[in-house]
Design a protein around this ligand. Structure first.
Ligand SMILES: NC(=O)c1ccc[n+]([C@@H]2O[C@H](COP(=O)([O-])OP(=O)(O)OC[C@H]3O[C@@H](n4cnc5c(N)ncnc54)[C@H](OP(=O)(O)O)[C@@H]3O)[C@@H](O)[C@H]2O)c1
Length: 282
């Protein structure tokens, strides 16, 4: 085990140092990631608790709600404590509940970024991520729009999301990409190649769906045995595995519940051994 594998923090883009367990703010909206949450005061309390407990990286997007997640973050946390990094995204639109449509045209990205700046009440977004690849728009055009926003001082760093290794390599030729956000968890390692490229190049890798939306709460085989050895819940083990998988992972588990948040946060204190990683598959 190397010291870096167990590092508690990660530095993104050379200047944003944050704890490696972040918070995903998609689940603080209404059902279908649409509209207001059933308990708005509860969502505000959760966000405040997240920051009180030392989490300093929150992931959101204009499309969560839409707008609701960003608005709640500002309502709960603005003026923001020093060092809190709020990462948002643009490039997906919301025709309705559970419905997502890519729009990574430069004009849309400019408009989306302006909307996020306003809702988050910031002058510059620390990490702005292209939410997806839009088959109708060349990646070069979308990335060029983000570079323009960066030059205009509206965004500090550029990240990308839902990319394969070739798309990541292409984006890296067009701009300084500091992070990748892809679906990845103990049961779904389809993006191993992308994670390996991020590890090689020192890019932060934000595994979304890190708990498979709670289904990893039902452990089996080696997973159950290792969890029991650490007196850990299955979701804690799923996060501990991600933290140990590479020094560049920054999991962003999402929840609407303070109890689940506290449970998940405790994963940062679990350090899996090489043998346990081998039993779980790396
Ligand atoms: N880039 C993208 O395309 C993309 C796509 C999806 C998500 N994301 C980001 O990734 C973040 C995480 O993804 P996700 O929310 O889809 O997946 P996730 O974190 O794997 O799962 C969240 C779900 O798991 C449940 N959960 C959380 N902690 C639990 C626990 N300790 N025990 C049992 N159930 C638990 C939550 O329900 P409760 O509310 O009941 O706790 C919630 O429904 C999102 O918030 C968002 O920021 C990005």
């Amino acid at each position: 085990m190397t010291g870096r594998d167990s590092a508690k923090t990660i530095t993104i883009g050379g200047d944003l140092t944050v704890n490696r367990l972040g918070f995903g703010a998609m689940r603080i909206t209404g059902r279908g990631i649409w509209g207001d949450p059933p308990d708005r005061a509860g969502a505000v309390a959760l966000l405040r608790r997240v920051v009180e407990r030392g989490v300093d990286f929150i992931d959101t997007a204009d499309s969560y709600g839409p707008n609701v997640s960003e608005e709640l973050i500002a309502e709960a946390l603005h003026p923001y404590p020093k060092g809190l990094v709020i990462a948002t995204k643009g490039g997906l639109t919301r025709p309705g509940p559970d419905s997502w449509r890519a729009n990574c045209r430069p004009a849309h990205l400019r408009e989306a970024c302006d909307g996020s700046l306003k809702r988050l009440r910031v002058e510059r977004i620390d990490l702005y991520q292209l939410h997806t690849i839009d088959a109708a728009v060349p990646l070069a055009e979308s990335i060029a729009a983000l570079v323009e926003l960066q030059r205009a001082g509206k965004i500090r760093h550029i990240g990308i999301s839902n990319v394969n290794a070739a798309q990541l390599a292409e984006a890296q030729k067009l701009a300084t990409i500091v992070s990748v956000q892809n679906r990845y968890n103990l049961d779904d390692r389809a993006h191993d190649k992308v994670l390996d490229a991020c590890t090689r190049d020192g890019l932060a890798f934000l595994p979304w769906y890190p708990l498979a939306a709670g289904s990893l709460a039902q452990p089996k085989g080696a997973f159950r045995d290792v969890a029991q050895r650490h007196h850990a819940t299955p979701t804690q083990l799923a996060l501990a595995w991600l933290l140990r998988r590479s020094p560049v992972t920054l999991p962003i588990p999402g929840t609407s519940s303070i109890a689940h948040f506290e449970e998940n946060l405790a994963a940062q204190d679990i350090l899996l051994s090489d043998e346990e990683m081998a039993a779980l598959g790396r």
